[in-house]
Write a protein that binds this ligand. Structure first.
Ligand code: NAD
Ligand code: GLY
Length: 358
């Protein structure tokens, strides 16, 4: 069991990283809920795989829990599904002392967290992330949101959970494409913060791809530590936290332009990192070996590194809607050296166009 303390101003909490055993969860749950009334939110896949374990455990320890099941997929992160969850919360008679547990990937975590942040102006919230992406990124840091048809994550809040409980065994049932998608966010941490971790990833990626438990659990621990540290410094993204969006300006645009159906979020981020690293090269911030290094590592993870058949003008239109933008300029987080990035907002549109067509 590994434990990380996330010392945010609004609500400090622990991340627990464990394998096999669900028992510690019940012990920690008792420490962070105000009453035994809970609503578990999960999607249909996770409901089938993990809700029976959760249900048995919560029943055994006298919790009064209900479950709300939503369809899997990005479309579920909507006001329509949020509304159905408010109804589920009312039907379950949740009150201010109740807690919502997000059991699942980033979609469920973002949606259930949004409900927890807004139902009765905020009730208890716990994350049990079951995808690699959710375990190393979305469950930590309190960004909760739903999408608007025209823009992703545009309706949301910063609302920290009171615990994040990671059981890495859940990754064994994850479809391969979802697992490799999570690896893009793992590689991101090396690029934005820690050149040594990037080197470690290059040396150990085969162990991670083979689900070697020690290697995987170290990688998850390291990623959670980096993310927590950045969130602690800048919980509501007034500055440094924006670096977590490396790969996301282009990545979100690719996801939106393809209707969230072609690429997983992680695959969008992989492509986004490649094109944003190419922009950095074009600006003279890095040499081309650093672009090659990224492409090679992503390819070893079977992640996409080249765009096909998407018009660059459509991508640029989507980028204009990005939340990070200030005024009319598109904001990019770009590599400036090994394990280092910075924010740029004055990118020449002609250069951007030609990089996206490359
Ligand atoms: P997801 O939640 O859609 O899960 C991917 C798929 O895996 C789904 O079909 C789900 O049912 C299935 N699944 C989940 N756990 C499983 C398991 N253990 N075994 C088998 N199947 C399982 O996708 P995701 O990649 O976890 O999350 C993507 C979302 O996260 C996006 O909406 C993105 O915007 C958001 N996100 C948020 C943050 C944040 O800081 N809040 C950060 C990064 C991404
Ligand atoms: N995933 C970006 C953030 O948490 O800030």
């Amino acid at each position: 069991m590994k434990k990380i303390y996330v010392d945010t101003c609004s609500r400090p909490y622990h991340i627990y990283i464990t394998q096999k055993d669900w028992n510690p969860f019940i012990e920690y749950l008792g420490e962070c809920v105000r009453s035994k009334k809970l609503l578990v939110v999960c999607d249909e896949n996770v409901y089938r795989l993990y809700y029976p374990i959760m249900d048995n455990m919560l029943s055994k320890y006298g919790y009064k829990h209900s479950v709300a099941v939503v369809p899997p997929g990005e479309d579920t992160k909507s006001l329509k599904h949020a509304n159905s969850l408010y109804t589920a919360a009312l039907d379950a008679h949740l009150d201010r002392d109740s807690t919502i547990i997000a059991l699942g990937g980033g979609v469920v975590g973002d949606l259930a967290g949004f409900i927890a942040a807004t139902y009765m102006r905020g009730i208890g919230f716990i994350q049990i992330p079951t995808t690699l992406l959710a375990q190393i990124d979305s469950s930590i840091g309190g960004k909760v949101a739903v999408n608007h048809p025209n823009a992703k994550n545009i309706i949301g809040a910063f609302y920290q959970p009171s615990m994040v409980y990671i059981n890495i065994d859940t990754l064994t049932t994850l479809p391969r494409q979802e697992f490799t998608g999570g690896l893009a966010e793992l590689i991101k941490y090396g690029y934005i913060w820690d050149g040594d971790f990037l080197e470690w990833l290059e040396d150990n990626i085969d162990g991670i791809l083979a689900y070697d438990v020690d290697t995987l659990s170290y990688a998850i621990y390291k990623a959670c530590t980096i993310k927590s540290h950045i969130v602690e410094m800048d919980e509501d993204e007034q500055g440094i936290r924006a670096i977590l969006n490396f790969g996301h300006t282009v990545g979100h645009a690719i996801e939106a332009a393809t209707g969230y159906k072609v690429y997983t979020h992680g695959e969008g981020v992989a492509l986004g990192m490649v094109y944003e690293t190419k922009i950095a090269y074009n600006l003279g911030l890095i040499d081309y070996n650093y672009v090659r290094k990224l492409i090679h590592l992503l390819e070893r993870c079977s992640l996409p590194t080249k765009l096909h058949g998407i018009d660059s003008s459509i991508l640029i239109d989507k980028m204009v809607l990005d939340k990070k933008n200030r005024g009319d300029n598109i904001v990019f987080i770009l590599p400036t050296g090994t394990g280092k990035v910075d924010s740029f907002s004055d990118i020449d549109i002609n250069m951007l166009n030609s990089v996206l067509q490359d």
